[in-house]
Design a protein. Structure first.
Lengths: 212, 212
DNA sequence: GGTTACATGTAACTAGTTACATGATTAG
DNA sequence: CTAATCATGTAACTAGTTACATGTAACC
């Protein structure tokens, strides 16, 4: 799953491990990565040919940064290296991009994975993206059905409370997903399905609709 | 974490592995346990002295069942053994009960653990239980604060949608927890044990489990 | 006579976390 | 001068899943 996150971030631009870790932390709340997982993951990705790496010596780092963004230099006192240690900057390969697209579409039964898929689904074509959302929706619906099929058998108030919590959350998640799917259909009315019942109540869609 | 679930279930009565697995499945949606985790966990619990086990030969099983629950026998055609294989029936020890109480109070940063703690928090004293809920609440509030401190920096609609989802869920969870805490405070204005309903229900639920 | 449920286990794999080791640079 | 931040990595541990191995017995 880290693979998905790392490839997704690298698709936006080359990064070194330490920076990747910071981005992962801010990416999705609750997805705090540790170096102990990240560095071995990067090594694995490189062995499999999905990323390539280049060592950047400390004296070169300042130039790199400068050439990338010549503005914002004024605040810095000097063009001295930010780090005294060689960075390993990773770059996603073509095979890595293919693999990323696969990872973005697989499964639907894992919430944590779906969160990452959502975070990077802009790299999918609109129809693939819609398919992903529908897959997730089908999974949630099947969870709902399962929960309804055998309801709580316990009389303990805390256990009952727990089940009610689950129930509410599942319902809420479905509403949210439906909003997402509706937004997707509105901004992408072409494709194969001519669904007649979609834009009945579309006037307030707070989550921005147009993908880039 | 399986330890918590297993000890909690065994506190209600002795069980063998296969039955434990069924109960775990029905206990909390999403907490599907596999035998590959359960049996090693049971072995570990026994090594540490938290549970003890007794082998029950197939010809004895019918009697055991009968002596435990004399009702519900009518549906059965015979008093013949249900299994052709010796069961290993597990029993929680005193040390195991102590350990369970510890597990019920530790941490608050893990949702999955909190679910299990909630499922078995009836074994805690009312003040300890309230402390557990408050601990969880503090954790959720700190997550909220963290999310508000550095908001979404991405302009991608899907990433923004993901963050909104998180936000809504955290708010919803807090409301739910507050309801739980309020209920706890109402039924428990001071610190005194009013022993809530303790009634382990005897009923064989036909949970459609899948074979391994 | 084949499918399902009962029953216990092992092996290999997935997906991480926590703690440690090492060392440079920078801000107060 | 010391604490924080930058930077890369390893080792040991936690907490599981999936697939396999093995066999009985009840159901239809």
């Amino acid at each position: 799953m880290l693979d998905l996150a790392v490839l997704g971030l690298l698709k936006e631009g080359d990064l070194h491990g330490y920076e990747l870790n910071k981005r992962l932390k801010s990416l999705v709340g609750g997805y705090s990565t540790s170096f102990g997982a990240l560095y071995p993951a990067l090594a694995r990705l490189e062995r499999r040919g999905w990323v390539s790496s280049a060592a950047v010596a400390p004296e070169l780092i300042a130039d790199e940064e400068a050439s990338e963004g010549p503005a914002r230099r004024s605040r810095k006192r000097s063009a001295k290296p930010k780090s005294g240690r060689t960075r390993k900057v990773y770059h996603i390969t073509e095979a890595g991009e293919d693999h990323l697209l696969e990872l973005l579409q697989e499964d639907a039964n894992n919430e944590r994975r779906f969160r990452l898929q959502l975070a990077f689904c802009r790299f999918l074509t609109p129809d693939r993206r819609l398919a992903l959302f529908e897959l997730r929706r089908a999974h949630l619906v099947s969870l709902q059905a399962m929960a309804r099929r055998d309801p709580v058998q316990s009389t303990d108030p805390y256990v009952r409370s727990l089940f009610e919590w689950d129930q509410e959350r599942r319902e809420h998640d479905l509403v949210w997903l439906d909003r997402l799917i509706a937004g997707e259909r509105n901004s992408q009315p072409s494709s194969q399905t001519t669904d007649p019942m979609i834009d009945a109540d579309r006037s307030d869609f707070p989550t921005g609709g147009q993908p880039q």
